[in-house]
Ligand binder design. Structure first.
Ligand code: ZN
Length: 297
């Protein structure tokens, strides 16, 4: 008989309506019945030392922007769509947790006034030296204290790492100008991927605590944004069949590489996926801070 895991209130909405969902090594993962986020107990974010050690290889090989992982393309596309909504006088962009700075390269080249911040000094240096993206080790709280403000904030694969996701969203709201936009992206715990499962523990180690300590659904992401007073303009899962995942499955598992059966298999799997509403590996949301504060609580 396994011991009953300790319960704690939801770190996102504060609800006590939480229940055990799954486990990973020494962690219990609880689900909030109010906002639908899942979170680990103990609820402890990885330290800077942990990230410096675990991600040591990440900046070892300089890469041209054009060679970056295809997995970033969806995010870059979503950021470009957000930027296209900005007025000509809305030029200031902040990437919170910018890492190697990939997500700012396109906007920087197009003349936006960009800043990337991160707590990892070597990643920030990589962004500056490799891509010419303005980036520095900085805290969002410090930018707020300095009275800085932005028109577009990017929060990509950050919320699931931090031990105060609601506080981070409140600070992002505060640092945005009225009418400003937020693009959020994070892993989708309802990702349907043949052969992979978060709950079975067979995803990469960096999908689990202490890297990821919250696990998100569309419902949870929407609730978190609304809880921080954002208007949610879009909240979507990446298409389940992007990056040719269906094609890879057909080639490797069904051992088909061409011919009518190959094409029929791909067509059938994609149609079934759409029929059953399967979701891709990440969630992406576009949210706005209302133009005027009058009338809001
Ligand atoms: Zn909750």
């Amino acid at each position: 008989m396994s011991p009953v895991p300790p319960l704690r209130p939801c770190p996102l909405c504060g609800s006590n309506e939480v229940a055990p969902s799954w486990t990973y090594e020494r962690y219990s993962i609880l689900r909030c019945r109010t906002c639908d986020v899942e979170f680990s107990v103990p609820f402890e974010a990885g330290s800077l030392d942990y990230y410096i050690e675990q991600y040591a290889d990440d900046y070892a090989v300089p890469r041209a922007y054009e060679d970056i992982d295809l997995g970033y393309r969806f995010t870059i596309q979503k950021i470009a769509e957000a930027a296209a909504r900005l007025r000509p006088d809305q030029r200031r962009v902040l990437d919170v947790g910018c890492g190697r700075g990939y997500l700012l390269v396109d906007l920087q080249r197009r003349g936006f006034e960009c800043l990337g911040i991160d707590f990892h000094e070597r990643l920030v240096r990589f962004a500056v030296e490799q891509y010419g993206v303005p980036a520095r080790v900085e805290r969002l709280e410090n930018l707020l204290a300095l009275g800085e403000s932005y028109d577009l904030v990017i929060l990509s694969h950050v919320l699931e790492h931090v031990d105060d996701p609601a506080g981070l969203l409140r600070n992002v709201f505060a640092v945005l100008n009225p009418g400003g936009l937020l693009v959020v992206e994070l892993p989708n715990r309802n990702w349907f991927s043949l052969g992979y499962s978060l709950r079975r523990g067979n995803m990469g180690w960096n999908y689990y605590p202490p890297d990821h300590i919250t696990f998100w659904s569309l419902q949870a992401l929407r609730a978190a944004l609304q809880g921080a007073r954002f208007d949610v303009l879009e909240c979507v899962a990446r298409p389940f069949d992007d990056l040719d995942r269906v094609g890879v499955f057909v080639r490797t598992r069904l051992r088909l590489s061409s011919g009518p059966l190959f094409h029929a298999s791909i067509w059938t799997l994609k149609a079934l996926g759409r029929l059953f509403g399967l979701e891709g590996n990440t969630l992406n949301a576009l949210a706005r801070k209302a133009d005027t504060q009058a009338g809001t609580e």
